[in-house]
Design a protein around this ligand. Structure first.
Ligand code: HEM
Length: 551
């Protein structure tokens, strides 16, 4: 114990001097501007809750790059398209790692959580394994499943949320508005990602698998929350001998819980492969690519699949639910969107991906949602492995470099009246996000998926889900504000208060009145769902039914 106290004291003293250090600058270069840090505290006390508001105001004060000292690291906040392009794209050989996190990455995740993995051979091999699944073409193979799950979702909303529906919904919820569609959207996204990775559908929200997956994500967000564990702030504590790392023992059961779930799914699938009964899916591809020969352990391969499930579920449902919240608050936009869909599709069938080129306004809603409420609140931190420069600013090795999506998305020079939800600004952007991410910085649509070599692997899958779900829901229903006790429509809140606290921008569950758009549409929804249940859909030539891939 005495040794531990001495080490802690030593680390605090070290931090005191470390936080007062000045970087050595090469001739002709300067340090990034920023608010002066306090000894020990750095700048953490200057961040508001939610943090993006103070980041936006610092960007107004200091410009396109500023520096904050947060814990052990200097964070260089990138607040302009060209700073992101120059630093994260053009100098990506040195800006593609992640900061060391002895607790969240090492102890909780055994160093195997893909999102946190340091840049290097192992990360490259794993990214390569995931690549085939997630390229535009690979993601396109899941379009049938997204379309099919979209039909399931629309019928769920009709059954559960609409007056005259069939679910166990209370009369009052039907009349005054319900938040059930919020969960239905979450079910949709988990089901799409589980079918893609393991060939398994998630037909019900209330089931053991969803409980376990969300339990794991909850453990993760608690442990990774800023300030939750001092060793993720005072990183040198991670160099203590393992027996002295007091956080290891309580986190062991949480690591075991993840390993158990990811390994259970993985070994079940491997067993099915041995008997020739495995569904077509990502993990089957990984096994066929002989991951062991590439130096990847079975546990790491199982964690890779788990990382995709984690990374793809809550992010996509948060984005879709955010779009629904803004549509609810903006009847004019909803009407314009519905006018476009009904002109192109009519009431006798619901929209499909084939209609996408003719639905520019729906595509614009997808992009505008990602602009106005980027899913990451304080950006996506990368870590430098060598010094990099931007204009005459020098950024040393071992610094955090972090896109600030909110600061860029709320720059009125780039997006006039940025607080306004205005899909029209994206009508001149016919391509998907991946195309703009690879192009000229000034032409990029939004920065929601990050940048450089660590750019979101699932962006095509995510954008496709957003498009198909929004198109089908707007086609099927009018979203109306909930009613208060006196029967008057309530105001719809889209302020920061409407979102949960934390690193991700996730809307709080919100009530809404779902009104089906006429008898013909109601009949079409039921008919299409019956057809879908009967026929299933094809995933790379294999039939998928209500229970998942049919083998
Ligand atoms: C609207 C939905 C989504 C948003 C906003 C989103 C956003 C992001 C962001 C900002 C990053 C970090 C990028 C960086 O470091 O520069 C990321 C990483 C990642 N995302 Fe997504 N994502 C979404 C959906 C998905 C889906 C559906 C999948 C998988 C199927 C996925 C898989 C991943 C993975 C594996 C990484 C880690 C990449 C790495 O560290 O190399 N994401 N995502």
């Amino acid at each position: 114990m005495g040794y531990l106290i001495q080490t802690l004291l030593f680390t605090v003293i070290l931090l005191f001097f470390y936080t007062r250090r000045k970087p050595r600058l090469p001739l002709g270069f300067k340090d990034a501007p920023g608010p002066p840090p306090l000894p020990l505290l750095g700048n953490a006390h200057q961040l508001s809750s939610p943090a993006h508001r103070s980041i936006i105001s610092f960007s107004h004060q200091y410009g396109e790059i500023f520096k904050l000292r947060l814990g052990w690291n200097d964070w260089y906040m990138l607040c302009s398209p060209s700073a992101v392009k120059e630093i994260l794209d053009k100098q990506s050989a040195h800006t593609s790692s992640r900061a060391p996190l002895p607790v969240a990455s090492k102890a909780l995740s055994g160093g195997m959580r893909f999102l946190f993995m340091e840049y290097g051979r192992e990360w490259r091999t794993l990214r390569g394994l995931g690549h085939r699944l997630l390229t535009p073409k690979g993601s396109g193979e899941f379009a049938g499943g997204q379309e099919w799950e979209g039909r399931a979702l629309v019928s769920e909303v009709l059954g559960e949320c609409v007056e005259g529906g069939v679910g166990d919904i209370r009369e009052e919820e039907r009349k005054r508005g319900t938040d059930r569609a919020y969960k239905a959207v979450r079910r949709y996204t988990v089901s799409v990602i589980m079918t893609s990775t393991y060939g398994k559908r998630i037909p019900e929200w209330e089931c053991d698998e969803v409980r376990e997956i969300y339990g794991i994500m909850e453990d993760f967000s608690k442990v990774a929350a800023p300030g939750a564990y001092i060793a993720d702030t005072l990183v040198p504590l991670g160099r203590l001998p393992t027996w002295m790392q007091w956080w290891q023992k309580p986190l062991k059961p949480l690591f075991d819980r993840q390993a158990r779930l990811w390994m259970k799914l993985f070994t079940e699938l491997s067993a099915k492969m041995e008997t020739g009964n495995a569904p077509e899916c990502f993990v089957k591809q990984v096994i066929e690519q002989e991951y062991e020969k590439q130096g990847i352990s079975v546990l790491q391969a199982a964690f890779l699949a788990g990382s995709l499930i984690e990374a793809g579920s809550e992010t996509t449902s948060a984005a879709i639910n955010t779009a629904l919240l803004y549509l609810l608050a903006n009847p004019r936009i909803q009407n314009r969107a519905h006018e476009e869909i009904s002109r192109v599709v009519g009431p006798f069938r619901s929209p499909t991906f084939a209609n996408e080129p003719h639905l520019p306004y729906i595509r614009a809603i997808v992009k505008e949602t990602m602009r106005i409420r980027p899913v990451t609140n304080i950006g996506t931190p990368h870590y430098t492995t060598a010094p990099v420069t931007y204009k005459n600013i020098h950024i040393p090795a071992n610094s955090v470099v972090c896109i600030q999506q909110y600061a860029i998305h709320y720059d009125p020079e780039l997006f006039p009246e940025p607080e306004e939800f205005r899909p029209e600004r994206y009508l001149a952007y016919p391509e998907k996000s991946g195309v703009y991410a690879a192009g000229d910085a000034k032409e990029r649509d939004h920065w929601n998926f990050g940048a450089g070599r660590r750019i979101c692997s699932g962006l095509h899958l995510a954008e496709n889900s957003m498009f198909i779900v929004l198109a089908k829901l707007i086609w099927g229903f009018e979203l109306k504000p909930p009613l208060d006790e006196s029967g008057k429509e309530e105001d719809v809140d889209t302020s920061d208060e409407a979102f949960m606290p934390g690193g991700n921008t996730v809307p709080k569950p919100f009530r809404c009145k779902w009104v089906v758009r006429g008898e013909e549409v109601r009949k079409t929804i039921w008919r299409e769902w019956e057809d879908a249940r009967r026929e299933g859909y094809l995933l790379r030539g294999e039939r998928v039914g209500v229970e998942g891939v049919v083998v």
